[in-house]
Structures are given as structure tokens and as C-alpha cells.
Design a protein around this ligand. Structure first.
Ligand SMILES: [Fe+2]
Ligand SMILES: [Fe+2]
Length: 389
């Protein structure tokens, strides 16, 4: 059913229906939409038709970016939140990181290794995610507001990749060393193969009216959003931000904080997308398929724990391998539950409650040498609220 929607500024959308007629000089069959504080008047019957043709997949293919009427209000709202969180690597001073990296006695080997692993892994992982977003997910979805927010998602992966280049150049790390890590470290190559196996098969024309292909696509959205970005990124996020808490690598830590805030939006975007896909294609959401998704997460957890053991071979610098493993179990269950799937390790506590606070960046404007690191107007500040981290 066609329901005109209002999306108001700064709220995470629970769209509510309006059917507001304009004053006398407006045709009776017009409908007003309020989106992002702006109002638009649409012909009711045209809007109704455009709305009905919008689908996650198998909707109307159009070269026109006809965002109105919004059907997936959450997507447009997320786009606005993401835009408001814009940052650039060069905003962040690296002087202290460089001093620490070059000093002979300020850092332990474990700390250097975590930074190398972080830069090495994410240098390639950000590109893999961005590429899948552009060439698989954005290609296959049909509603313009979904394409809009996915385009922003891909751009944020560009920013993340660029931030890693900035770290590499600041510290003077050989870029080939990072590439080699991605090819030579077995726990990294296994993580890579795990995600690519649901990406390659979708890089061609697929009949998405076939339920088997719909499941393939749903698996891709789940695996990239919930398993990779939502779980497998969090081992290193936790380690690097644990160092940051100890005043090690303040610039790198700050970039990872911005990245983490972005990732929380990517995870939510792909979660919402999966839920909308499932709602429109309920035949795919069988017990068997749900179990397949849980098994994918189980595999992701095993791979991530192997990777954590490589990043942190012994308990050192106040970091415990056991706690990181527990954190992965904890976060994976939050991702599963977010998609309406049963937890794998119910009852596991979060050993790092401080990590969620690390994302709350808005309170710290100008905290580096008076530079403004927020691109948004204060009136547009949207709350970052992901207490599940
Ligand atoms: Fe990223
Ligand atoms: Fe991401």
C-alpha cells in the first residue's frame, strides 16, 4: 500500500504516514512530502505508481534518480547521518605517532606488530568491501534511495583506504610489505577467501527472480555487513583502540575511531537492507536458510579467532587474547540477533564496554590543536547510539 512518508531531520527513521494536502491553490490530487526539512509536492497517482515500483531487487530500473517518494526512509536518513560524519585523514595530526614509531624505547615489538597488522589487513579489506558494495550490492538493488546510500558507503571505504595510505606514508612503512601481508599471512588469506566466495558468483547477470539467486544475494549482504564489517573488523579495532587508550598512536587511534563510527553505519545499512529484502521475499527466509546464515557467522568467528592469535600471539601490553575472543563471540551474537537470528553463544558478556564510548566523537570538537574535525552543523548532529558495540 502506498503510504507517503515524512523523514525528519536528525532522527533514525520510524516513518509515519502523512497525507497532507496543501492549501487551496494546490490540486486536490497532490501530496506533500517533507524530507530532510524540505517539502515536495507530488502528483498523488504518479507518486503512488513510483512507490509501488520501488523494490530492493526486481523493482523498476531507471536512469533517473527518482528519490521521491521515499520508500526506504531509513536509507535516506542513514545517508544524511553518514554525510554529517564526513572526515578526511589529513584532519588528523600524526606527529606523536611518528615520534613513537621512530623511538627506540617507547614501543614494544607487540605494539609495532599490531599496528603493522592493522594497516596491512585494512589496506586491502577496505577495498574489498568497497568493491563489493559498488559492483555487487549497488548493482543489484533497484530503489534509488538504496543506491544513494550505498554510493556513500563505497565513498567511505575510499576514505578509509586513503587513511591507511596516510598512515603508511606518515610512518614510512613500505607499501609492498602491506601487500605481502595480505598474501602471505594464512589467517588473512583465509578471511579474504571467506568473503570472496559469496562475491565472485554475483559479479555477472543473475536472474534475481530465482529464489536460489535471491538467497545468494542475501548471503552476500549478510556476510559483508554482519560477518566481515560487523565482526571480523572488530578484533583489530579493539586492539588498536586499546593501544590508543594507553596513549599509543593517538593519530592512528583517532582515524580508527572515525572508521569505527562509519562502520557502525555500514553494518546498520546492510542489516536494514537484508531485513527489507527478506520482508519483500519472505519465501527465502526459511529455517534452513537462517541456519545457513548462522553457520556463516560461526565460520567467521573461527577465522577471526585465528587472526586474533596472529595479531596478539601472547597476552601483552595489557591486552588479553582471551578477552578479544570473548569480544568476538559477544559482537557476533549482537549481529545475529540484529537480523532476527539466534545467538551462537548466548549470555557472553562484553569484556570491552569502553569500546562503544570510543565512537562518541562529537563531544570532543577541536580536541586536536583547535582544528574542527566535524563537517556537520551542530544543529544537524545525529546521535551515535550503538550500545551493542
Ligand atoms: Fe571501512
Ligand atoms: Fe565499512
Amino acid at each position: 500500500m502506498f503510504i507517503p512518508m515524512t523523514v525528519s531531520r536528525g532522527t533514525l527513521a520510524t516513518p509515519f504516514p502523512i497525507s497532507k494536502r496543501l492549501s487551496n491553490n494546490t490540486m486536490a490530487n497532490d501530496t506533500t512530502f517533507s524530507v530532510g526539512g524540505r517539502e515536495f509536492v507530488l502528483d498523488n497517482s504518479k507518486a503512488e505508481q513510483a512507490f509501488a515500483e520501488k523494490k530492493v531487487i526486481n523493482g523498476r530500473e531507471s536512469v533517473f534518480f527518482n528519490l521521491l517518494p521515499l520508500k526506504y526512509a531509513w536509507a535516506y536518513e542513514l545517508y544524511r547521518t553518514m554525510k554529517a560524519n564526513h572526515w578526511e585523514p589529513e584532519d588528523i595530526p600524526m606527529q606523536k605517532d611518528i615520534e613513537q614509531w621512530q623511538s627506540q624505547d617507547e614501543l614494544s615489538d607487540v605494539e609495532r606488530w599490531i599496528i603493522r597488522m592493522g594497516i596491512g589487513y585494512f589496506s586491502a579489506a577496505e577495498g574489498i568491501v568497497g568493491d563489493n558494495i559498488l559492483h555487487v550490492i549497488r548493482e543489484k538493488v533497484t530503489a534509488p534511495e538504496l543506491k544513494l546510500v550505498l554510493g556513500r558507503h563505497a565513498q567511505e571505504e575510499n576514505i578509509h583506504a586513503d587513511s591507511l595510505l596516510y598512515m603508511i606514508s606518515s610512518l614510512g612503512i613500505n607499501p609492498h610489505e602491506c601487500e605481502a601481508m595480505f598474501e602471505d599471512i594464512p589467517t588473512i588469506t583465509r578471511k579474504n577467501e571467506f568473503v570472496m566466495k559469496v562475491s565472485r558468483s554475483l559479479r555477472r547477470d543473475l536472474d534475481l527472480t530465482d529464489p536460489e539467486n535471491q538467497k545468494l544475494f542475501a548471503k552476500n549482504v549478510f556476510l559483508f555487513g554482519q560477518c566481515m564489517e560487523g565482526t571480523q573488523f572488530y578484533g583489530l579495532f579493539g586492539m588498536i583502540l586499546a593501544l590508543y587508550r594507553q596513549n599509543k598512536f593517538p593519530g592512528i587511534g583517532q582515524m580508527f575511531r572515525y572508521t569505527l563510527r562509519d562502520e557502525s553505519n555500514h553494518i546498520e545499512l546492510l542489516r536494514q537492507l537484508l531485513m527489507a529484502l527478506k520482508d519483500e521475499n519472505p519465501h527465502i527466509w526459511t529455517d534452513e536458510f537462517k541456519n545457513e546464515l548462522r553457520e556463516l557467522m560461526r565460520e567467521a568467528i573461527v577465522l577471526e579467532k585465528g587472526f586474533i592469535a596472529d595479531c596478539l600471539p601472547t597476552n601483552a601490553v595489557g591486552l588479553s587474547q582471551g578477552e578479544f575472543n570473548q569480544y568476538i563471540d559477544y559482537i557476533a551474537d549482537r549481529r545475529l540477533e540484529g537480523c532476527g537470528l539466534q545467538a551462537l553463544n548466548p549470555g557472553v558478556d562484553n569484556p570491552f564496554p569502553w569500546l562503544a564510548e570510543m565512537m562518541d566523537i562529537k563531544k570532543e570538537q577541536n580536541f586536536f590543536e583547535g582544528r574542527v574535525t566535524e563537517y556537520q552543523k551542530s544543529s544537524a548532529l545525529a546521535a551515535v547510539d550503538d550500545d551493542e558495540l
